[in-house]
Design a protein around this ligand. Structure first.
Ligand code: FES
Length: 501
């Protein structure tokens, strides 16, 4: 199974079977360590083993248990209304790099799946960004014009197979959707078959650089390599300051079986609330939306309820089989960060900030990093440069995101001075409560047993908040998440919350 203690496994993570890989025991030496067995890390390793590189991939959990296992799995270069925004912020040259990299990623996924014979329900479909409101038609037309100038063969249309009318849509043909876990298991198998190594349940805790190379600490053991790539969501290393340049967003998805065929296209609404729909095998649709900042909504069950209500209202639903949520990072200037962690050192590389479009951005990042590691020029490297400063047009977003973090750091401490006693928690409820004179993060399970851990995030010390839908402790500052036993679900934290008795 692909889940890493998550309360609501995704359609993909629930798909049992597939190869498992042992945790790493003992020291190891290799050319490149890749931290993170999601689509970015595995695609990178897959490209490197073809070039004869000795690669070790490690992951804190199973293959494809992180963001890649909780996506809607659209493989498309049409990212809602991204292109006009990127042109405004970065100019046409960098925006074109984003378009080209993501369109190339669509074809790279298709080529890898075909070349390695990966059975992952891969199918072509057009992608649409649509509006149902007349006042947004101009936004659709502007997006289409920007995308066309950047080289994407889009068109404006009013046609779709959706069961509700649309005013207009920008349409990009020939995109893909697939089963991401099967694709990633296929990648892992191909890596292992070509001499690479994949190790699950192997958490990187630190990276140091020295004269003998890079040392990745995984507890008692160390992997020594020439280079390391951090492809595990937000980098767990604080140098590079990515936690201040990207902010976490949660979003929600469900899989519903219909009493008839699903729409043929992959669609997403231009307006709020975001509604994302794609077909899936077995007359299913996957519906996504309801995004919000991590740790900033105490009523997460209402997010699932809103998606379910919309799906029931719009489609002829037989059953809703799965509901899950996920997290990704938005960068302050809208471009992912791919390349060196810091300007001074080319031995530690990073890929993050895929802004919920990780299937193509992750694949593009792998392509770019493989070129970098193999000493080849890459035409997109400057645009994605991870050490760049935010352009002037994005400074306001940088200030806003960090002011919000500071507010949570101070405000949540003040709020917990008024915390309830632990005895007040009902079954199934969690919260920061008073217990023996201190504040703790406590959850009372359905059998009324209290699970108590420190309320202080082990990353940089913000107060965690309870996420009732996932039964997890989520940090509102940079998005670390922990299960009710305090175990890390996702970083940047690498240490568990301390148990409280
Ligand atoms: Fe940074 Fe919690 S994730 S303080």
């Amino acid at each position: 199974m692909g889940t890493l203690h998550e309360h609501n496994p995704s359609l993909w993570a629930s798909d049992a079977g597939g190869e498992t890989y042992p945790s790493l025991e003992g020291d190891r030496r290799c050319d490149v360590v890749v931290v993170g067995a999601g689509i970015a890390g595995l695609t990178l390793a897959r490209l490197l083993v073809d070039a004869g590189t000795d690669v070790v991939v490690i992951d804190a959990g199973p293959v494809c248990a992180g963001a890649t296992g909780y996506t809607t799995a659209k493989v498309t270069a049409l990212h809602r209304l991204v292109y006009r925004e990127l042109v405004d912020r970065h100019g046409e040259e960098r925006a074109r790099a984003y378009a080209e990299a993501n369109q190339a990623a669509v074809e790279q996924v298709a080529a890898i799946a075909a070349g390695d014979g990966i059975d992952c329900d891969l199918a072509r479909a057009p992608a649409l960004t649509y509006t149902q409101r007349n006042e947004h038609v101009a936004d659709i037309e502007a997006e289409a014009a920007a995308a066309q100038r950047l080289g994407l063969p889009v068109e404006v249309t009013t046609d779709s197979t959706l069961p509700y009318p649309i005013e207009a849509a920008v349409r990009l043909a020939g995109q893909l959707h697939f089963h991401p876990r099967r694709y990633c298991l296929g990648l892992a198998g191909a890596i292992a078959a070509r001499g690479g190594a994949v190790h699950e349940q192997t958490r990187a805790r630190d990276v140091t650089t020295g004269s003998s190379g890079v040392a990745v600490s995984i507890g008692d053991a160390t992997i020594t390599a020439d280079r390391v790539v951090l492809a595990s969501h937000l980098p767990f290393l604080d140098r590079g300051g990515f936690f201040a340049r990207a902010h976490p967003q949660r979003s929600y998805a469900l899989a519903a079986r219909l009493r008839g065929p699903a729409p043929a296209e992959m669609v997403i609404s231009a307006e709020e609330p975001t509604r994302s729909v794609r077909p899936a095998p077995g007359d299913r649709v996957i519906v996504g939306g309801e995004g919000h900042k991590t740790g900033h909504d105490p009523d997460t069950p209402r997010r699932y309820a809103a998606l379910e209500a919309w799906t029931q209202a719009v489609f002829d639903v037989e059953t809703i089989d799965y509901g899950w949520s996920t997290q990704d990072y938005e960068t302050v200037d809208g471009m992912p960060y791919v390349g060196r962690l810091t300007r001074r050192d080319d031995r530690v590389l990073v890929a993050t900030g895929f802004r919920k479009w990780g299937m193509t951005n992750g694949t593009a990042a792998a392509h770019l990093l493989a070129d970098t590691l193999l000493g080849r020029d890459n035409p997109w490297a400057d645009a994605f440069d991870a050490t760049r400063l935010a352009p002037r047009a994005s400074i306001a977003e940088l200030v806003r995101a960090n002011a919000d973090v500071a507010r949570r750091f101070v405000g949540d401490r003040v709020a917990t001075l008024r915390a309830r006693p632990a005895a007040a928690l009902r079954a199934g409820e969690g919260g920061v409560v008073r217990h023996d004179g201190t504040n703790i993060a406590a959850f009372r399970d359905d059998a009324r047993t209290l699970h108590a851990v420190s309320a202080t995030c082990t990353h940089l010390g913000c107060r965690v908040t309870f996420n009732p839908a996932e039964r997890s402790w989520d940090c509102p500052c940079h998005g670390s998440r922990f299960d009710v036993e305090g175990r890390v679900l996702e970083g940047p934290a690498v240490r568990d919350l301390t148990p409280e008795s």
